[in-house]
Write a protein that binds this ligand. Structure first.
Ligand code: PRX
Length: 645
């Protein structure tokens, strides 16, 4: 790990809102007097009724509750759109770069965005969608995805965006879990020159989702799809029949804004629920502070709207702050590895926010793809989703940013709503690989296995000691699971599931998940989910899944599979099982390595010893530790001998 330090560039020290001393003061004040700090911050939003209450919360079992600005009322879409009309109605709000580089980008001003969102909202209303109803959005990266999200917010419907790369099975599970009767989709998506059959996937999902009554289909590619009479309607036809204006529904601060499913260490994915006011405030606050954002700057978060990064930093944060937010339909390496830098030049992007996995895959192609472009517009670079290795950090800094752009390595989670630990470009000296310091309002603690709070330079498990406005409020339909998952491991604190080191300068270094969650290309995958998919296959008796190091993805998926008696373990079956998981969950869950294992290492009480499986997957077989407590220690020899990859 590198300990070299990159000072704040002169130009940034001069222009930034928050300076080095300013940061210490702000952070101190935020914790010393949170009530007035947050009520002041609440002024960044437009309220129907301004709140007089700030945070009201307790992480203790007896009195467990979390609420922020509870007496306030506002509408999230009005904050992202309507309030900008007077001052910057003709400024570009959404700048859309299509998958195919020869096609024209599309641009929507705030005024046009307003018209689109109102119309979409009226289409939803015409289909009977009302405040509190859940609407599933399964869309490609086209502007209509953002219109759909904001249309839900406008009428108080709760959106649940499902990543377009998820399978029909995964989509069905998410529709059923939140009991959603409406799905918004497109005929097809496009990514890297390939078509994704979104509508056909919805048709397949529908067979397992009895609650589904209405499918609204946006025409994106013009590809042929089947429309089921009485259930499916074309968006462009429905839009012609509705009025152009739609009032924004006043919502209580704590009314739910959206559900987003994410993987945990056990069971099926959880519906993470975010609130209206606290979430929006957090997205807006962090977007402004961490990117030192000024209205009209061209800002690009190269994530997908199907993940939380897309929610907070393509849609809600930037639009709340009056930004021009770039939305990219394509992928970084198509038509070739210079695409990102070409898009930067084409649109004069000033702030770029992407994931280490993308950087590593581009770095591998060599510097020529970067140096062939100008990138003169760039002034700030961001990283998100997984630890960034110092080598990728330096490449981003030295080659992409030519040494002039600070990197904000932002640590956060679906559950946190937005960034919690991150440098501020004008205030924080950088260390490659460290997310640096907590944002004002954030109170991280590192604890040992017994929950003892560790001070000074140390390493342990990362908790957050107090609530912040953007914190998730519950697991949809299972409040008990919310409490159990996050607040019982270390009572009185929110446990992140991440390991963390703090150095002598108080800098935080996230070391990765300490639970059974794998971070594949910056996306969370629960080992239990992949295991459940594998055991659904008729030939599989048992499966255990762990993470393994992967050069590009950060972590890859390593699956150990025990077959039923009389089933033959061969290459064909290995491929069949990998495709099976792909079909059950989606391409991101495909095991990178799959080992047939006659037996798994279990304790005498039948518990699988994952520690041993992890070591073998990591090819660290020299330090397997004590295997004498296993029911059958000999299985380990076989596993080591037949390790794959
Ligand atoms: O392990 C941490 C890692 O990603 C997890 C959260 O995943 P997800 O909810 O999918 O959200 C991803 C987008 C915020 C965390 O528990 N992680 C995220 N950002 C970083 C990170 N690990 C290290 N450094 C980061 N900057």
């Amino acid at each position: 790990m590198s300990e070299s330090v990159y000072p704040v560039p002169e130009a940034w020290a001069r222009r930034a809102r928050v300076t080095e001393e300013g940061y210490e003061q702000l952070h101190g004040r935020s914790l010393a007097d949170p009530g007035s700090f947050w009520l002041e911050q609440a002024r960044r939003l437009d309220w129907v009724k301004r709140p007089e209450l700030a945070g009201d919360w307790s992480f203790d079992e007896a009195d467990f509750h979390i609420s922020w600005f509870a007496d306030g009322k506002l509408n999230v879409a009005a904050n992202c759109v309507d309030r900008h009309l007077a001052s910057r109605g003709d400024q570009i709000a959404i700048l859309w770069e299509p998958d195919e580089p020869s096609e024209e980008p599309r641009r929507y001003t705030y005024r046009q965005l307003h018209a689109e969102v109102c119309r979409f909202a009226n289409v939803l209303k015409a289909q009977g969608v009302a405040k509190g109803d859940r609407v599933t959005i399964y869309m490609p990266m086209i502007p209509e995805a953002a219109f759909a999200v904001l249309a839900c917010a406008r009428i108080g419907a709760v959106h649940s965006v499902v990543f377009g790369g998820f399978s029909p099975e995964a989509l069905a599970g998410r529709i059923v879990d939140c009991d959603s009767s409406v799905v918004i989709t497109a005929d097809e998506g496009r990514r890297g020159g390939k078509k994704v059959p979104l509508k056909a996937n919805v048709d397949m999902a529908a067979a397992h989702a009895p609650s589904l009554e209405t499918v609204i289909v946006v025409q994106a590619t013009g590809g042929a799809v089947e429309m089921k009479a009485g259930r499916d309607l074309w968006y462009h036809e429905a839009a012609e029949t509705v009025a152009g204006d739609c009032p924004a529904e006043p919502m209580a601060a704590e009314d739910p804004l959206f559900i987003l499913y994410t993987s945990g260490s056990t069971g099926k994915p959880k519906g993470v629920l975010h609130s209206s006011a606290g979430y929006l405030l957090w997205a807006s606050y962090t977007h402004e502070l961490v990117f030192d954002y000024r209205p009209a700057e061209i800002y690009w978060c190269a994530a997908d709207i199907g993940w939380v990064t897309g929610h907070s930093y393509i849609v809600y944060g930037p639009l709340a702050n009056g930004a021009t937010t770039l939305m990219f339909e394509g992928v970084p390496n198509w038509p070739d590895a210079s695409r990102i830098w070409q898009v930067v030049d084409r649109h004069k992007v000033e702030i770029l926010y992407t994931a280490p996995t993308a950087l590593r895959s581009l770095m591998r192609e060599g510097d020529s793809y970067v140096s062939a472009t100008s990138r003169a517009s760039l002034r700030l670079l961001g990283s998100v989703g997984e630890p960034i290795n110092p080598e990728a950090w330096r490449w981003y800094h030295d080659v992409v940013g030519e040494g002039r752009c600070p990197i904000v390595d932002t640590w956060w989670q679906t559950e946190t709503g937005g960034m919690l630990i991150s440098p501020l470009p004008g205030a924080t000296q950088l260390k490659p690989g460290s997310a640096t310091r907590p944002l004002p309002g954030v109170d991280p603690q590192i604890v040992d296995a017994d929950g003892k709070v560790l001070t000074g330079p140390t390493e342990g498990n990362l908790c957050i000691a107090r609530s912040w406005p953007g914190q998730m409020r519950t697991v949809w339909g299972d409040h008990e699971r919310f409490f159990q998952t996050y607040f019982t491991t270390y009572p009185g604190k929110y446990f992140t599931g991440d390991g963390c080191r703090r150095d002598e300068d108080g800098y935080y270094w996230i070391t990765g998940r300490v639970d059974d969650v794998i971070n594949v290309s910056g996306h969370r995958m629960g080992t239990a989910e992949v295991e459940s998919a594998l055991v659904l296959h008729p030939k599989v008796a048992e499966a255990a899944v762990v993470g393994m190091p992967h050069d590009i993805k950060g972590q890859g998926i390593y699956a150990y599979v025990t077959l039923n008696a009389n089933c033959v373990a061969d290459e064909d079956l290995r491929q069949e099982l990998r495709n099976w998981v792909r079909k059950e969950i989606g391409p991101i869950a495909t095991p990178d390595a799959l080992q047939f294992a006659p037996g798994l290492p279990k304790t005498r009480s039948g518990k699988i010893m994952r520690r041993i499986l992890r070591k073998i997957a990591e090819n660290d077989v020299g330090s397997l530790g004590d295997t004498s407590t296993l029911a059958d220690p000999s299985v380990v020899d076989d596993l080591v001998k037949n390790r794959v990859g």
